[in-house]
Ligand binder design. Structure first.
Ligand code: HEM
Ligand SMILES: *[C@@H]1O[C@H](CO)[C@@H](O)[C@H](O)[C@H]1NC(C)=O
Ligand SMILES: *[C@@H]1O[C@H](CO)[C@@H](O)[C@H](O)[C@H]1NC(C)=O
Ligand SMILES: *[C@@H]1O[C@H](CO)[C@@H](O)[C@H](O)[C@H]1NC(C)=O
Ligand SMILES: *[C@@H]1O[C@H](CO)[C@@H](O)[C@H](O)[C@H]1NC(C)=O
Ligand SMILES: *[C@@H]1O[C@H](CO)[C@@H](O)[C@H](O)[C@H]1NC(C)=O
Length: 321
């Protein structure tokens, strides 16, 4: 009660409340715009699209790798290209990323083309967001309008990268909680997980599943063991979607119905829990998966961007200016 007495709503308290309000509004609607570069770098989007199309046509998996880069950027202190910074205290060597993230050379090449056309204008964080969209589209997935105007961080965080990226060993309740803490609903988490309809994973992240788990199709497990023995070969690869690893379709969800999820975390989405119905729905309705995935990607791209005069436009995505 005393708190609200007479003059107790002090100037300091007022400023605190106002600050908190602005902070909340800032998080909810940072100042991004789809036309951000239309006068300062009109060729930006076509330069990125051409480079992504060419990289994906040389190697389809590159589309998956570029999509994952944007995810791992956004989940660690927001979409600020921190994931691209080199250095011992950076994010690249955090457990979820070390010997795993790839596509950095494609981003470097895009950045150098953009620096030639429009020096100091297009951020590395925006390159990641557009490259993720163009990668999905190049592999036959949906497209969406990318909001632009993110700026780049000057620092990266090994520790944040070590604690903010969900683990493939987690159960459903933990995955739900991890996405919820970034502002995503369970439905959005399931839609975003459909990214695993493309790309590859290393033996080390699915070994325990294929040798020790029971909610796995037995012939699927047997075939995976050929390239992933109980020890050694940690970096040997297997497709996340055994049916069509180079097509952005809904086969990831169909696989889950027959216990052919590669990661423990994948199969958790169809294991008798609350997300079973959505997995079933996506497996029978490609359109609904495409729509929900696109919307959730736009939302992911809005995670705490640096805007205005915060951060910088790096000229080299690997280091601060
Ligand atoms: C639900 C929580 C998630 C977990 C636990 C998870 C975990 C993993 C793991 C362990 C790998 C393999 C890494 C390796 O072998 O080194 C992987 C690959 C991949 N992840 Fe996820 N992931 C999740 C969500 C997402 C989301 C939201 C996206 C994007 C929207 C995504 C996109 C990808 C892609 C495309 C690959 C393949 C990359 C490549 O082939 O280079 N993942 N993920
Ligand atoms: C990253 O992987 C390399 C090569 O396997 C290894 O030497 C290094 O210790 C790892 N870094 C970290 C921080 O775990
Ligand atoms: C995921 O959620 C669990 C349970 O709330 C928490 O202990 C863990 O730190 C979270 N991990 C990530 C990557 O957010
Ligand atoms: C299977 O589980 C046991 C007991 O947790 C563990 O010691 C073993 O390393 C696991 N096997 C594989 C191949 O991961
Ligand atoms: C086995 O792993 C290697 C190395 O990652 C990979 O090139 C190959 O495609 C994998 N083979 C099969 C059958 O999955
Ligand atoms: C698929 O989902 C969409 C909603 O995204 C819905 O409008 C449509 O009716 C569904 N199609 C079928 C065949 O159920």
């Amino acid at each position: 009660m005393a708190f609200f007495n007479s003059s107790s709503l002090t100037h300091t308290t007022f400023k605190f409340l106002l600050g908190s309000f602005l902070l909340l509004v800032g998080i909810a609607s940072a100042q991004l715009s789809s036309t951000f570069y239309s006068t300062t770098c009109p060729s930006a989007l076509s330069i990125i699209e051409s480079a992504v199309n060419s990289a994906v046509s040389s190697e389809a998996r590159m589309g998956a790798s570029l999509l994952r880069l944007h995810f791992h950027d956004c989940f660690v202190n927001g979409c600020d290209a921190s994931v691209l910074l080199d250095g011992a205290s950076g994010e690249k060597t955090a457990p979820a990323n070390n010997n795993s993230l790839r596509g950095f050379e494609v981003i470097d090449s895009i950045k150098s083309q953009l620096e030639s056309s429009c020096p100091g204008v297009v951020s590395c964080a925006d390159i990641l967001a557009v490259a993720a969209r163009d990668s999905v589209a190049a592999l036959g997935g949906p497209s969406w309008t990318v909001q632009l105007g993110r700026r780049d961080s000057t620092t990266a965080s090994f520790s944040a990268a070590s604690t903010n990226i969900p683990s493939p060993l987690s159960d459903l309740s933990v995955l739900i909680s991890n996405f919820s803490s970034k502002g995503f609903t369970t439905n959005e988490m399931v839609a975003l997980s459909g990214a695993h309809t493309i790309g590859q994973a290393r033996c080390t992240v699915f070994r325990n599943r294929i040798y020790n788990e029971t909610n796995i199709d037995s012939s699927f497990a047997t075939s995976l063991k050929a390239n992933c023995s109980t020890s050694g070969g940690d970096d040997n690869l297997a497709p996340l979607d055994v049916t069509s690893p180079e097509a952005f379709d809904n086969a990831y969800f169909t696989n889950l119905l027959s216990q052919k999820g590669l990661l423990h975390s994948d199969q958790q989405l169809f294991n008798g829990g609350s997300t079973d119905s959505q997995v079933k729905a996506y497996s029978s309705n490609l359109t609904s998966f495409r729509t929900d995935f696109a919307n959730a990607m736009v939302k992911m791209g809005n995670l705490s961007p640096l805007t205005g005069t915060s951060g910088q436009i790096r000229t080299n995505c690997r280091k601060a200016n």
